[in-house]
Design a binder for this molecule. Structure first.
Ligand code: GLU
Length: 488
């Protein structure tokens, strides 16, 4: 089955309602729509579905735009770039909806709702009490009044029948009478419903592929009857699988990470890692490869590998990917990345300098996955040794095989003379200077007191790295201090 439409250029859209932040599920939909458009050299539209003024949250349009930009999903048309079809904000398009509504009225396929809200509520309650679905069409008036725009305009479902349609992911789907109803096209406040507006816009904007969640499957018969009434072709429906929590059983909840996309930026995730991670939730490229940088991702993406069942959101995998992409960044980027995550308390330590920090950066990045982890390690004092003279008990210098504390003193003296002659251009230079001695004398016996003298910690990076970070002069000073301690 070839789901790309031969004759028309591919047009996809992401159509969020401006009701708050953009969470992971929404972003994944945007990513898939973007990838499909890019792969086919088509357009990707960011359409703002702002027709429910009560639910609108101020600032969310800007927030959505900032989120997508951060992720690198540039739109061809959006709130800031009108298309040949006009504005991408539904609230700017009321005239368009009204003109389509008029066509339906003229064809006898739309009529003003003659009942008050209270009456409709009574119908609904009665149906519920009788345990049958509430269908407005059963209350359809025989004669249609003229619509003056002050009451809801309803669609007159032309024919109650069963629909079958093809979904690019789910295959053959069907639904019928139970879903077909005289739904509202335009509300009493003059704004269209989602059910009406999205169909008009998808058509006017030339959308070829509609990617959205499974919650829209149930209403598809409604949409199909409206497409038919309007005499227009429907786009390819591409139902994306839900995003599940880490256990794969329940839908992702706020607690498992359904947070604002921009919170991930704050936590130090890279957009390329996030893109790669999101792409693999519900899309399976086949094979074992999981790393898909941007260009490869665009090339590999395909509709027929979108899964039917939910994909798990596994934050550990996101961390792993972030660490992978972090390693690919430039030295400058890494240095700024680590510096930005360090708390002020560390930056105010007496020996803090950018030069030292930069030498520490590769070591920091070996273990961490994001900036939150750097901040918490720094807060726990893990990097303090690099920027302040350590304060430690003399016993710490004693290697477990040594019977006395002072056994370390002559070894530290030998190390000192070796290190006085050493190059300090890299940890390897330092290692080369002391390795033969450590190997002959006993690695633990030599390297343990060296490392603890430099860091005052039981756990830290290897002694060569520590000496490199501190530089020659500070390394020798700390060794001297350790020798003095041992003689006290
Ligand atoms: N505004 C709808 C939503 O946010 C869009 C659904 C669609 O993509 O058609 O759920």
């Amino acid at each position: 089955m070839n789901m790309s439409n031969h004759s028309k250029p591919v047009v996809t859209r992401f159509a969020p309602s401006p009701t708050g932040f953009l969470h992971i599920g929404g972003v994944r939909t945007a990513l898939f729509a973007y990838l499909w458009a890019r792969q086919n050299g088509g357009s990707f539209i960011l359409r703002i579905e702002d027709t429910d003024k009560n639910r609108e949250v101020a600032g969310s349009i800007e927030h959505i735009m900032e989120s997508l930009r951060w992720l690198g999903l540039e739109w061809t048309y959006g709130p800031d770039v009108a298309g040949p079809f006009g504005s991408c904000l539904q609230s700017d398009r009321l005239e368009t909806y009204r003109s389509y509504a008029q066509k339906l009225i003229d064809a006898g396929l739309a009529y003003p709702d003659p009942y008050s809200t209270a009456e409709v509520t009574t119908f609904r309650e009665r149906a519920q009490a009788e345990k049958r679905p509430f269908l407005f069409r059963e209350h359809r008036p025989n004669e249609f009044a003229t619509w003056d725009g002050t009451t809801p305009l309803r669609f007159k479902v032309p024919e109650v029948k069963r629909y079958e349609w093809e979904d690019a992911v789910r295959g053959k789907l069907s639904g019928g009478a139970e879903m077909l109803d005289d739904f509202i096209l335009i509300k009493a406040d003059g704004y269209p419903t989602y059910n009406f507006a999205h169909i008009i816009d998808d058509y006017e904007m030339g959308v070829t592929h509609v990617m959205r969640g499974e919650e829209f499957i149930a209403s598809t018969p409604k949409y199909l009857s409206l497409y038919e009434a309007l005499g227009i072709e429907h786009p390819v429906f591409v139902t994306l699988p839900p995003i599940m929590g880490p256990d794969g059983k329940k839908k992702l909840s706020k607690r498992d990470g359904a947070k604002d996309l921009l919170d991930y930026r704050t936590d130090g995730y890279l957009p390329e890692a996030m893109r790669n991670f999101l792409a693999l939730i519900g899309w399976n490229p086949g094979g074992d490869e999981e790393i898909y940088p941007d260009a490869q991702l665009t090339a590999a993406f395909s509709l027929d590998r979108i899964q039917k069942s939910g994909g798990a959101f596994n934050e550990e995998k996101l961390k792993w990917m972030n660490a992978h992409y972090l390693k690919q960044t430039s030295t400058d980027f890494k240095q700024t990345y680590v510096a930005n995550a360090l708390p002020e308390t560390v930056k105010q330590l007496p020996q803090y300098s950018t030069e030292r920090l930069n030498k520490l950066v590769p070591t920091v990045l070996e273990r961490i996955h994001n900036q939150v982890e750097i901040t918490s390690a720094a807060e726990a004092g893990e990097y303090d040794w690099a920027f302040t003279v350590p304060n430690y008990k003399t016993e710490l210098l004693q290697w477990k095989n040594d019977s006395t504390v002072t056994a370390a003193a002559p070894r530290l003296s030998t190390l000192k003379s070796l290190l006085q002659e050493a190059y300090f251009a890299s940890p390897d230079d330092i290692k080369a200077a002391v390795w033969d001695y450590a190997d002959a004398e006993g690695r633990g016996e030599v390297l343990w007191p060296l490392r603890t003298a430099l860091t005052g910690r039981e756990r830290s990076p290897d002694p060569f790295t520590c000496a490199y970070v501190l530089g020659q002069s500070e390394t020798l000073t700390r060794i001297d201090a350790a020798i003095t301690k041992l003689h006290q």
